[in-house]
Every structure is written in structure tokens, then in C-alpha cells.
Design a protein around this ligand. Structure first.
Ligand code: TYD
Ligand code: MG
Length: 447
């Protein structure tokens, strides 16, 4: 009897309730509950009765290699390519370039007969976008449909090697009464498509809309169902885009890919360090570091402005960096180096518009602050890598070597690293490496 009872589900976090409530008791969202119609018996084509436990030794290991799209910036975010039978969710603001990226992936994988399912745009719109991106897309199969059951039939009958669903919020299943885009539809459609991908070994990429606060519409449960979640975001300048892996069952999360949108689609940015810094010029209050984004080191530029305050309370403002961490570093500088910031406004900016939470750039933040308060520019083109503790000690950051390699590649001629990382200095010939133990010794390295 409980089977046919209507339940309510929060469209924000996915918790269920027997009654409709105005405010979610779990995530505190208002008016987020909607009806979740129970599935009928034909809800899934895949009955679980024929699945029995098996011994791990009897399992045929899945040694199939990944499908590489030859767009390195995309393949990297998935850990080296698309896993056969996997389901990937890609989210991003409208107009960011999700459909364009997918069309380009189809272009590179045309030999595997991809199927592009569009529930949003007409075939004419897709064809005109395709024509803008490439003239080789004539044989790409387009299906403009929103019916899940029909889409699944086509995925299995067309023998496609990859299916793109643009978008998961636009499709609906006949077995549910709720409208497309509702939480129960999105969840059900994603689940059914996952079953198809696993059974047929055809990878499926779902495009997902995002809500006002930047999360993928259709709650966290959607992220649990799929194998990988990629976020497509605006980069530091209008033309740049960053593809970030938020979840990946087949590789490391946190990997990023950088693209540039131009008149014929997205092109890869192979050298993102140049995008995130304005150059290696020497100026008062400017210091450089390299932050780790997944397994990739990226050069960043820290700018600090310390100037006498005209108010009772000095201002503390950080852009692209945690203001509280900056305040902590200011206190360390006051206590361990005797610098006085109490009557100074302090502004900090990580250029490029990216938020950096990597503590490995602490040393560069401190160097920029010291340079600005002393009004002396940092000599040499140097990069600073190290985490700072409350006692003023400089601790090793993760992957120091990778960061220095990136700086050397861009043309930096010196680096300041923690003493504990000293042994890596033998690995570098063209870059002078200074190692320091305590923050009080920093001015000797900077000026
Ligand atoms: P689109 O892929 O439709 O975005 P999404 O699917 O994420 O909504 O991209 C739309 C934007 O990209 C639109 O503003 C036009 C721009 N664009 C270009 O600048 N160059 C191109 O070659 C293409 C295809 C799109
Ligand atoms: Mg689109």
C-alpha cells in the first residue's frame, strides 16, 4: 500500500518527506519540495532479478582503454579520456559553450558514430552551430526528441559509440507524471540512462543546467548517480573558459582544462600560466607563485597594496584569496617581522580572477605584502612557494618541484622554497633556488 503513496522531494538537496513542507528541514531551502510520483512497474527495463552475486576472480576485468577525444584539455579533466560505459554530467551557465564543446567532441569522434540528442534546440540550430565549428560534421546523427524511452531506443538501435544528451533537464519519461526538469524526472532519466550506458558500454554525456547559485539543477542525487561531474565556468577574461572536474570515479577530481571561445568554437589553451598572469614584470607589491589545480601547476600573480588608512579601522580586502587567511598572514608578519599594519589599509588581488585556496602560495602573498609596505620591488623574476605557519616557519607545499618546473618553463630565473624542500634544488640548472626556514629571513631573498 505504501508503494503508491505520493512523497515529496526537495529539489535542492534531494531529501524526501511524506508531507509537503514550505522549508526544507535538511538544506533550509524555501518552497523547494515537489511531488515525487512513484515509479510504475515499467519504470526500468532492467529487472534486478537476473543479477546474482559473483566472485571477484570470475569477473572479466575491464581492460578496455579510454576513448580519447584528442581535445587534451577535455580528456585530462576525465583522467585521460572518456571511460566506455561511463556517464558524465557537464554543467555550466547558459551560453558558456557546453553545446559547442560537445559538438567538437562529436567531430573528433565521428568514426565512432556519435549520437547528439537535443531536447532544447531544433535540428536547424544545431546544424548552424556545427557549421560554425567545422565543415566535417555532415555525418553527425542528430535526434531532436525529449522522450526518454525513444531516446534509449535510439541509443541502442543506432549502434552509436557515444551519446550526448542536451540537456538532461529537457527530457522526460512517460512513466512519471511530473514535468520535465522536475527533480523526479531528472533523477529518473539520469538513472535510466546510466543503466543503458553500463549495459551497452556506450558512454553518455549529459548536459545539465545550473541554478542561480551555481550548482547543477536537479540536486546532489544527480551527482551521485553519474560517474563524473564537470563544471564549465567563465575564465579570467570573457573569452576564456575553465572546465573543472568536480567528481571523477575514474581519475582525480580537481583537474582543469582551459579553453578560449573564438569565432569557430572553442580552442584549447595549452599554456594557461600566461592567461593567469599579466607578465613577469617587476613592480612594487607584485609577487609570483604557482598554484596546483589538480595535477597541474599554474603560475599566478599576487598583487598587494598597503597604504596608510584614513579611517579609524584599517580596511582588509582580498580578491581571489581568503580574507581571513590574509589577516592571519598579516598577524604573522607583525609578530615575527615587526612590520606594522595596524594603521594601513591592505588590499590583495590574485590576478586572473581565479580563487586560489592553495596554501602553497602563502609565501608569495607575504612577499607581495612586504614589498608593498616597504615600497621596494622584488628583485629578479622569482617565484615563491611555501606554506606559512603561525610561528613564522615556512613549510613545504605539495608538489614544489612541479611548481618550480612550471616557473622555469615560463622563464623565471629564481625561486624561493622552504628549507625542507632544499634537495630539489639539485634538479634545476637554469633557475637559482634559495631555501629559507623562517619568514624573518624573507627580505634577504626578496631585495
Ligand atoms: P553554446 O555552446 O550554445 O552554450 P551553452 O550550450 O553552454 O548554452 O555557446 C553559445 C555561446 O558561444 C554564444 O554566446 C555564442 C558563442 N559562440 C562563439 O563565440 N563561437 C562559436 O563558434 C560558437 C559555436 C558559439
Ligand atoms: Mg546548449
Amino acid at each position: 500500500m505504501a508503494k503508491n503513496k505520493i512523497t515529496y522531494i526537495c529539489s535542492n538537496c534531494g531529501v524526501t518527506s511524506a508531507k509537503w513542507v514550505g522549508k526544507c528541514y535538511n538544506c533550509q531551502a524555501w518552497e523547494s519540495f515537489e511531488e515525487s510520483t512513484p515509479k510504475t512497474s515499467k519504470a526500468s527495463n532492467y529487472s534486478s532479478s537476473d543479477i546474482k552475486p559473483i566472485k571477484i576472480s570470475d569477473i572479466k576485468k575491464d581492460l578496455t582503454s579510454r576513448i580519447t577525444s584528442n581535445i587534451d584539455e577535455f580528456d585530462r579533466t576525465l583522467g585521460g579520456g572518456i571511460m566506455p560505459g561511463s556517464i558524465v554530467l557537464i554543467g555550466g551557465d547558459p551560453g558558456i559553450g557546453k553545446s559547442t564543446l560537445m559538438i567538437q567532441i562529436c567531430e573528433n569522434l565521428l568514426d565512432s558514430n556519435p549520437l547528439y540528442v537535443s531536447g532544447e534546440e531544433s535540428s536547424g540550430q544545431i546544424a548552424s552551430r556545427a557549421a560554425r565549428v567545422s565543415n566535417k560534421l555532415g555525418s553527425l546523427q542528430i535526434l531532436t526528441d525529449t522522450n526518454l524511452e525513444n531516446i534509449i531506443d535510439n541509443i541502442t538501435s543506432t549502434n552509436c559509440g557515444l551519446a550526448i544528451i542536451d540537456s538532461v533537464q529537457s527530457i522526460h519519461s512517460e512513466v512519471l507524471n511530473s514535468p520535465s526538469g522536475s527533480i523526479s524526472q531528472v533523477r529518473h532519466c539520469a538513472y535510466e540512462l546510466t543503466q543503458v550506458a553500463k549495459k551497452s558500454n556506450v558512454p553518455i554525456i549529459l548536459i545539465g543546467h545550473i541554478t542561480k547559485d551555481g550548482t547543477i539543477a536537479g540536486p546532489k542525487v544527480l551527482e551521485h548517480i553519474v560517474d563524473s561531474v564537470l563544471q564549465f565556468e567563465q575564465g579570467p577574461n570573457a573569452q576564456y573558459r575553465i572546465l573543472r572536474s568536480v567528481k571523477n570515479r575514474f581519475g582525480a577530481a580537481g583537474e582543469i582544462g582551459v579553453f578560449e571561445m573564438n569565432s569557430s568554437g572553442l580552442s584549447e589553451v595549452k599554456d594557461p600560466s600566461s592567461v593567469f598572469t599579466s607578465g613577469t614584470s617587476k613592480e612594487v607589491g607584485v609577487a609570483f607563485s604557482a598554484s596546483m589545480e589538480g595535477s597541474r601547476a599554474m603560475l599566478i600573480e599576487v598583487q598587494a597594496l598597503v597604504s596608510q588608512t584614513s579611517f579609524n579601522y584599517p580596511q582588509r580586502q582580498a580578491t581571489g584569496y581568503d580574507t581571513k587567511r590574509m589577516q592571519m598572514l598579516l598577524s604573522v608578519l607583525e609578530k615575527r617581522m615587526g612590520l606594522k599594519f595596524f594603521n594601513q589599509d591592505v588590499f590583495l588581488n590574485i590576478t586572473g580572477g581565479e580563487f586560489v585556496s592553495d596554501p602553497g602560495i602563502d609565501l608569495a602573498v607575504v612577499a607581495a605584502l612586504v614589498s608593498s609596505i616597504k615600497n621596494i620591488e622584488i628583485k629578479n623574476k622569482q617565484i615563491l612557494v611555501g606554506e606559512i605557519g603561525l610561528t613564522g616557519e615556512i613549510r613545504p607545499a605539495k608538489f614544489t618541484q612541479k611548481r618550480i618546473e612550471e616557473a622555469a618553463r615560463i622563464g623565471f630565473d629564481s625561486a624561493v622554497i622552504p628549507s625542507k624542500d632544499k634537495e630539489i634544488s639539485n634538479l634545476f640548472k637554469n633557475i637559482e633556488i634559495k631555501s629559507i626556514e623562517r619568514i624573518s629571513l624573507l627580505p634577504h631573498c626578496l631585495f
